[in-house]
Design a protein around this ligand. Structure first.
Ligand code: NAD
Length: 301
């Protein structure tokens, strides 16, 4: 069993650390927030007051943070402290360029590294059923695979450094665009006198079928577990979708890729969170769309 240091004990990091503990690892943790350190301590994690202390001699360091600069800063401090030849894994959702820079830091320090962002939310982190999208070389993947299997159900090796982040960002761009498409279809159905249930019954078994419709259905009724049935309480908060779409646009610029619908979806989610959508499930954009019917080009500005 390994000595593992979790840096970032937020909504995702703390339950993931608890699952590593259940799997028999010696788990230490650090977070800049005293409140989050206390939450982790209650879960049985050996909490440090200093980042370097948590990482000292660790076989594996796992970061679960909010943004690229924090990952680069935390890796710079953790890498010299951890075991030489050890493995550092970033599970945060961040831009591909920052992720590749973090990998380069690890390489220079003689440590193995993986980017391994997740899908499955807090429920998946708690139940140990996350999907990990993993980027990094074969040696690092071989070293990390068994450890990640204790925290998730599906571990997909996507390719070299940064490709885990690329997969996560592409996937969530599909989800953001398709939630808007599904919402627009329900609004159009309302205007045409077509019942929401009838649209659901047809589209969920026809070519309009997609996750945003069949799992996160943005109108109450057809999918009882969707956020629409609990006043759009998240779930997956709109500001997290806005962040992922922002990342998709940073990456599109970096890669020179054309993503006009990703651009428009990003602009719509930014407007949504700026006009009361913060803290609401991302499916709640259906309530904002009637006020946002500006032409596509204008919405994308
Ligand atoms: P969170 O804000 O709850 O947790 C992040 C934690 O990092 C916070 O507790 C914060 O105090 C800590 N932190 C920030 N800077 C730090 C530093 N320099 N040193 C130590 N700790 C530091 O966020 P979360 O919901 O746990 O999400 C974490 C990551 O996972 C994000 O990148 C998010 O996009 C991604 N993600 C979240 C979900 C979700 O449903 N919450 C789903 C998939 C992916």
């Amino acid at each position: 069993m390994a000595v593992v240091a979790f840096i970032g004990l937020g909504n995702m990091g703390a339950p993931m650390a608890a699952n590593a503990l259940k799997a028999g690892h010696a788990v230490r943790g650090y977070d800049i927030s005293a409140e989050r350190r206390a939450v982790a301590a209650r879960l049985g994690i050996e909490v440090s007051q200093e980042l370097a202390e948590a990482a000292q001699g660790a076989d594996i360091v796992l970061t679960m943070l909010n943004a690229g600069p924090a990952v680069i800063e935390v890796w710079a401090r953790a890498l010299p402290a951890m075991k030489p030849g050890g493995l550092i894994i970033d599970c945060s959702t961040i831009d591909v360029d920052s992720s590749r820079r973090a990998h380069a830091q690890a390489r220079e320090a003689g440590r193995l590294s993986l980017d391994a962002p997740v899908s499955g939310g807090v429920e998946g982190a708690t139940a140990g059923t996350l999907t990990f999208m993993v980027g990094g070389d074969e040696a690092a993947f071989a070293e990390g695979r068994a450890f990640l299997e204790a925290l998730g159900r599906r571990i997909v090796h996507c390719g070299e450094a940064g490709t885990g982040e690329a997969a996560k960002i592409c996937n969530n761009m599909i989800l953001g665009i398709s939630m808007i498409a599904v919402s627009e279809a329900f609004l159009l159905a309302d205007g045409l006198g077509l019942s929401r249930q009838a649209l659901f019954d047809v589209a969920s078994s026809a070519s309009g079928q997609c996750y945003a419709l069949t799992t996160h259905c943005p109108v109450p009724g057809p999918v009882p577990t969707s956020a629409a049935n609990r006043g759009y309480k998240p779930g997956f908060a709109a500001e997290l979708m806005a962040k992922d779409l922002r990342l998709s646009q940073e990456c599109a610029r970096f890669a020179g890729a054309a993503t006009p619908l990703g651009h428009a979806a990003s602009a719509l989610y930014e407007r949504f969170i700026g006009e009361g959508g913060r803290g609401i499930d991302y499916a709640g954009i259906i309530r904002f769309l009637p006020d946002a019917d500006a032409p596509l080009a204008q919405a994308g500005e």
